[in-house]
Design a binder for this molecule. Structure first.
Ligand code: NAD
Length: 354
């Protein structure tokens, strides 16, 4: 078992990165965490209120593509583990503006890998690990049956997933070419607190609360596997500590849902919570023109995680989704602030315009 002492988390102000920092710091007291995040629209320091002030935690606003900055952080903080979340992550945005996806997800990852390689080869720390957090979307789309395994060929269909696949292959190349100790996780759709309200579940919750239409792509029959973000966080920690160097690990919830069924479920759970009539919220559903290149089905075979590393998800979907809805109801101010850009203005004042 690898014991991390000083971790560089990239993209730690985003949805999964911030949940990971909360989970990891609670489970690994005394381990130092440096959070490097440029704070795009998707990054919010409000997500990290609970760890601010912890002497083991430090935030640095900056770009993963800034080689000099990355190099100095790795050396200064004696980093022994890089856990790489930073990315542009929204498929729809990658269709309208793919360039930033290549810049951040491919080139940014390459800079991080290159600076990590130099740091690792300099031998400043006795052991080193680079963990690339990726997605099941790199495998493309499935038919009605079957699962993605770690051996499934990469067949990305959106500019987002193509940029993640490019990054995953660079990670592989740094292992094969330089022998660098890398790890690569590929997870299904996450849900939970601090999820930016452009993504399916928080978007639906927000629109239902505001009695806005609920846009559902195409026929709504696209299938995704869903995992609670806290289960994903523990899975990443498990791979960091116990994964085989060069290994790829699929992470999933064995929990497939059609998009329309998720939307119906969220509608129904919110009927009672908002004191509305049964079925009232479903009336807000509006089918919209399908996303181009929309993958039909993703399903993950996570048996390697279970068998090799003994990882299991702890949430049932029923408990996780109910808890998530209650979190959004209790944190409506957060939702309005992130969507209005109020936090961005605040950071611009605090850290300068980006
Ligand atoms: P997110 O969009 O919520 O957060 C991304 C974070 O990266 C933001 O805080 C942003 O400010 C930061 N960032 C962007 N560009 C940067 C740069 N150049 N330098 C430094 N920081 C930068 O994304 P998320 O949903 O939390 O996803 C995190 C990672 O997990 C991504 O790599 C994504 O591909 C992967 N992933 C996501 C899911 C999911 O369901 N959301 C599933 C599997 C894998």
């Amino acid at each position: 078992q690898f014991s991390a002492k000083s971790v560089l988390v990239t993209g730690g102000a985003g949805f999964i990165g911030s949940n990971f920092i909360h989970s990891f710091m609670a489970r690994n007291p005394g381990c130092r965490v440096v959070n490097l995040d440029i704070l795009t629209y998707a990054g919010n320091l409000e997500n990290l209120k609970g760890v601010e002030g912890n002497p083991d935690y430090r935030f640095v606003r900056g770009d993963i593509g800034d080689a000099a900055l990355v190099s100095s952080l790795l050396a200064e903080a004696q980093i022994d583990s890089v856990v790489h979340f930073a990315a542009e992550s929204h498929v729809d945005r990658s269709i309208t503006g793919p360039e930033i996806f290549v810049r951040t997800n491919v080139l940014g990852t390459q800079v991080l890998l290159e600076e990590s390689r130099k740091h690792w080869q300099a031998g400043v720390v006795p052991q080193f690990r680079f963990l690339q957090v990726s997605t099941d979307e790199v495998y493309g789309s499935l038919g009605d049956t079957g699962f993605f395994t770690e051996e499934t060929p990469l067949a990305a269909n959106s500019p987002y997933s193509a940029s993640k696949a490019g990054a995953d292959l660079l990670v592989r190349a740094y292992h094969e070419t330089f022998g660098m100790p890398t790890l690569n996780t590929r997870c299904s759709n996450n849900y939970g607190p601090y999820h930016f309200p452009e993504k399916l579940i928080p978007l639906m919750i927000r629109n239902i609360i505001n009695r806005q239409p609920l846009p559902v792509y195409g026929d709504g029959l696209n299938i995704r596997d869903w995992l609670h973000v806290k289960d994903h966080s523990v899975a990443i920690e498990t791979v960091l500590k116990g994964g085989q160097s060069g290994g790829v690990y699929n992470i999933g919830g064995n929990n497939e849902w059609k998009n329309i069924d998720i939307v119906n479920l969220v509608c129904d759970l919110l009927d009672s919570r908002l004191g509305r009539q049964n079925g009232e919220n479903r009336g807000l559903i509006t089918f919209v023109k399908d996303r181009p290149g929309h993958d039909r089905r993703y399903a993950i075979d996570a048996s390697k995680m279970r068998q090799e590393l003994g990882w299991e998800p702890s949430y049932t979907f029923e408990s996780g989704i109910a808890e998530t809805i209650d979190w959004y109801l209790a944190n409506q101010e957060w939702v309005e602030q992130v969507t209005s850009g109020a936090y961005r203005e605040y950071y611009a004042k605090q850290y300068g315009e980006r």
